[in-house]
Design a protein around this ligand. Structure first.
Ligand code: SER
Length: 391
């Protein structure tokens, strides 16, 4: 199944079960939201999960783009992306958690053809505030799936306050079809989480107390790219059809090790999406996240060869990304933003070289030196290290 077919299969499955498809929002939450970027499919639906009636009804389905910087250091491994898409389904005070788990199981097995023996699930085992999720445990046992009970890992919230509740995560064995599944999701990393079914039962307040919701809801989210990786039998998200133009065009231009190349794919694609949603590089807020992404990718790109430049970035990749996310900007505008930021960064590097020539920076650098260079001259640590080895 290619990306379009996977999205269609998911959406149709829920549409046939009474869910209304809604358009995913941009990466930018409403101005009153303290969070910089949309981090999950449920994020734009928070008021409705807390009880406000949704104009499209009580059963919804969509694809939502998300951005998470918490996983930044993991980017380059086979599964983590900065910008990714979540396939989501919701019951706003309608059907219960057990129904959601049963549909989830049916869709994975019959819709996507994933064999039962490659699945494992986890459920909330309880803590000092909330008891174990015995209903989910029973449902999974009836469906014949192996279950592991955990604590915190199976409690979902989108921040310290707001809707939250116990969740049930579905894992797929990625150890290869000729290697029988081993261990459990918490003991063997070859079990990869792909779908989370949250039972939004509580509202957590500022003081940490949990208030039961009058209308508990269901929020599910499945990482599109991870699902594609499994269904297309790929070793990483970068080998799926979604990244096809990237993996075809970039390695011809720039010769980098695998992890660096993945980081470049991820950060470039993420930067294009963020710019396509109207953000511009700056020293604060969203613009700073974008600036950091661009600087990280430039540092990686130039590490082995300082002549590498985004001027060579094929416009086809910008276009492909903007089209995929249905974004209004033309590729020329996005490219101009990237190139302008690249020029600023180059100037910063030149300044850095001049500063590092000073006699006080001749010997090994202390933590205090690194802090000074970062805080006063805007020179990130890895860049300073790079300048000293090349300079
Ligand atoms: N909110 C849950 C998650 O992000 C499920 O959508 O995993």
């Amino acid at each position: 199944m290619n990306t379009g077919q996977v999205v269609e299969t998911f959406t149709e499955f829920y549409r046939e079960r009474g869910h209304r498809p809604i358009t995913g929002s941009t990466l930018l939450p409403p101005p009153t939201d303290p969070v910089l970027f949309t981090t999950s499919g449920m994020h734009p639906l928070t008021p409705y999960l807390l009880g406000r009636p949704h104009p499209q009804g009580r059963r919804l389905v969509n694809v939502q783009r998300c951005l998470r910087t918490t996983d930044l250091d993991e980017v380059g491994d086979p599964t983590h992306l900065t910008v990714f898409e979540m396939l989501g389904s919701w019951s706003l005070g309608d059907y219960g958690h057990s129904q959601s788990l049963r549909w989830g199981h049916e869709l994975l097995r019959d819709g996507f053809g994933i064999p039962q023996e490659r699945l494992y699930v986890t459920v909330f085992g309880g803590d000092d505030q909330v008891g174990p999720d015995t209903q989910s445990l029973r449902t999974w046992q009836e469906l014949g799936l192996p279950v592991e009970q955990t604590g915190d890992e199976n409690w979902w919230s989108n921040g310290p306050v707001g809707p939250c509740g116990p969740d049930s995560e579905i894992f797929i064995w990625t150890g290869g079809s000729d290697t029988p599944p081993q261990g459990t999701p918490t003991t063997d990393p070859r079990w990869v989480e792909i779908w989370n079914h949250v039972h939004m039962r509580y509202h957590r307040h500022e003081d940490g107390t949990l208030e039961p919701l009058r209308q508990p809801g269901i929020d599910t989210g499945m990482g599109l790219e991870r699902l594609l990786t499994v269904l297309q039998g790929c070793g990483s998200v970068y080998e799926t059809d979604l990244f096809e133009p990237w993996t075809r065009l970039l390695p011809r231009l720039w010769d980098l090790d695998e992890r660096s190349m993945r980081l470049l794919h991820d950060h470039l694609r993420s930067s294009i999406v963020v710019i396509g949603d109207g953000v511009r590089p700056s020293n604060t807020g969203r613009g700073y996240v974008l600036r950091r992404l661009i600087r990280r990718l430039l540092t990686t790109l130039r590490r082995d060869d300082p002549s590498h430049t985004l001027i060579d970035l094929p416009v086809e990749l910008v276009e492909h990304t903007l089209n995929h996310f249905h974004q209004p900007y033309g590729p020329g505008t996005v490219r101009d933003v990237l190139l302008h930021e690249e020029r600023r960064f180059t100037e910063l590097l030149e300044r850095g070289q001049r500063v590092l020539c000073r006699p006080e920076f001749n010997g090994p650098l202390s933590e205090e030196d690194f802090r000074y260079l970062h805080d006063t001259h805007g020179l990130p640590r890895d860049l300073v290290a790079g300048l000293r080895t090349t300079g």
